[in-house]
Ligand binder design. Structure first.
Ligand SMILES: Cc1cc2nc3c(=O)[nH]c(=O)nc-3n(C[C@H](O)[C@H](O)[C@H](O)COP(=O)(O)O)c2cc1C
Length: 436
């Protein structure tokens, strides 16, 4: 049955309803022609809106201009206007055979068209459609007392302080931004080469470069706190460092604290705490005693049995766990016989580590009751869904942000399309549903 059937018989929409149905029908035959037909349907529907809404006046024949028009964007919202822009750009690429489209991309175009048509019907329709859950409702969830608009976070160290991504991402739509690691004193980071590309991933040894907590509190936090849910990632070289940071950050605008006890790239980057059960527990309880905020503990994969550390920090009071941090790796330049990275070794992240991360999330979810934020190589909604099925309540996207700064939004859109297609009402229905 067609999602667009609610407009099929309504006379007022005959100008664009057949185009919508054709676009959807073509999905089964060819993703490229589906994308082309979505563009046709979007164009027809935009023209219909201009002809119908007396508050809108067309100042151009160009459909891109009509979508970018201020009044149009005020009526439909910038987010939806951007989605229509995406459909038109994709449609043009398909028409000019510039590239081939995937099932996910075609589904995303159809989903955008569907949202547009639903909004049209809400604004101008005589009989509003039977409510299917809006994308926002599908993805809303909770994690240690925090209300999340989506279960998709940006992973620490890969998303700056979030504001750098504001042109590409609706920051409020993220579950939260785990901002760049903060330490008590400013850090310059490691010398020499800090990043190297690897097959399906990257090695980094940034070395926790950051301006220090004082500057974060005085300069950065006031700028970003109303723009996103801020999770502050902290690192130290002693239990006292973590406790002091947690206390200093117990302020308005910080939603939660993430303890980085797993940075493999500096001697005092917390890894010592992340690989020893007792040390992990003591740093967790010290942080918990020092703050009223939820404490998320970020686990290292560079251990023999991650579940032991997970259980230890849960017993010590962790409100949630995030896993995994990067895997220790290295690369050698065979011309110079020297290591590629200034630090010799670095942390491996990206697609290459996804199977390891997924396995660790699944194993950990069997033994703890606190929520897990899964991460490691997530590049698509499909990856995110795997982590949710394995038992993660939410996911974080890291390295993939470097290749596509708006990837978190694509993942959110594609995740809602998947939920709709499966007839699910909320993303939580996926959590831990792996059948073994
Ligand atoms: C360049 C870079 C910097 C990172 N910095 C931090 C950091 O400061 N604190 C932290 O907890 N994790 C840091 N990470 C680890 C990521 O947050 C994430 O746990 C890891 O990269 C796995 O996810 P991914 O494969 O999606 O990137 C960093 C990763 C990269 C690639």
């Amino acid at each position: 049955m067609s999602r667009f059937s609610f407009i099929a018989d309504k006379d007022e929409y005959r100008f664009f309803s057949k185009d919508c149905l054709d676009a959807e029908e073509s999905f089964r035959k060819s993703f490229d022609s589906c994308v082309k037909l979505v563009r046709t349907a979007v164009d027809a529907a935009v023209k219909w809106v201009y002809a119908t809404d007396k508050n809108l006046s067309a100042t151009s024949d160009n459909l891109f201009d009509l979508i970018a028009d201020k009044n149009f964007q005020r009526t439909f919202g910038k987010d939806l206007a951007d989605k229509l822009h995406y459909c038109r750009t994709a449609g043009n690429q398909a028409i000019h055979n510039e590239r081939e489209f995937t099932a996910d991309e075609a589904a995303r175009c159809l989903q955008n068209l569907f949202e547009f048509v639903c909004t049209i019907d809400k604004l101008y329709g005589k009989n509003p459609p039977r409510e299917t859950p809006a994308s926002s409702e599908l993805l809303q969830t909770q994690l240690c007392g925090l209300k999340l608009n989506t279960p998709i976070f940006a992973a620490s160290g890969t998303f700056g302080f979030g504001e750098e991504f504001a042109d590409f991402v609706d920051l409020k739509r993220l579950g939260g931004v785990m901002v760049k690691c903060t330490t008590l004193k400013p850090r310059r980071g490691n010398d020499g080469v800090r990043i190297a590309e690897t097959p399906s991933g990257m090695l980094n040894c940034i070395g926790l470069e950051n301006p220090g907590v004082e500057k974060f509190l005085s300069d950065t936090l006031p700028r970003i706190k109303d723009r996103m849910t801020v999770i502050v990632n902290i690192s130290g070289s002693s239990v006292e460092d973590y406790a002091a940071l947690a206390k200093l950050l117990d302020v308005d605008g910080v939603a939660a604290i993430e303890l980085n006890i797993s940075c493999p790239n500096v001697k005092d980057g917390g890894i010592i705490f992340g690989t020893d059960e007792r040390a992990a527990a003591s740093v967790t309880s010290a942080a918990k005693r020092s703050t009223s905020k939820p404490v998320i503990v970020k686990l290292s994969p560079n251990v023999t049995d991650i579940t032991k550390i997970a259980k230890a920090v849960e017993s010590a009071g962790a409100d949630a766990l995030s896993l995994i941090n990067t895997l220790m790796g290295m690369e050698i330049n065979i011309d110079t016989w020297r290591p590629t990275l200034g630090n010799v070794t670095g942390g491996l992240s990206g697609g290459a580590i996804k199977p390891v991360a997924l396995r660790m999330v699944w194993q950990t979810a069997q033994v703890v009751n606190v929520p897990i934020i899964g991460m490691g190589g997530i590049r698509s909604a499909r990856d995110a869904i795997e982590f949710l099925l394995a038992g993660a309540m939410a996911v974080a996207v890291g390295t993939a942000n470097f290749a596509d700064p708006s990837i978190t939004m694509t993942i959110a859109d594609d995740l809602s399309t998947y939920l709709r297609r499966r007839g699910l009402k909320n993303v939580s229905e996926l959590v831990g549903k792996l059948k073994t």
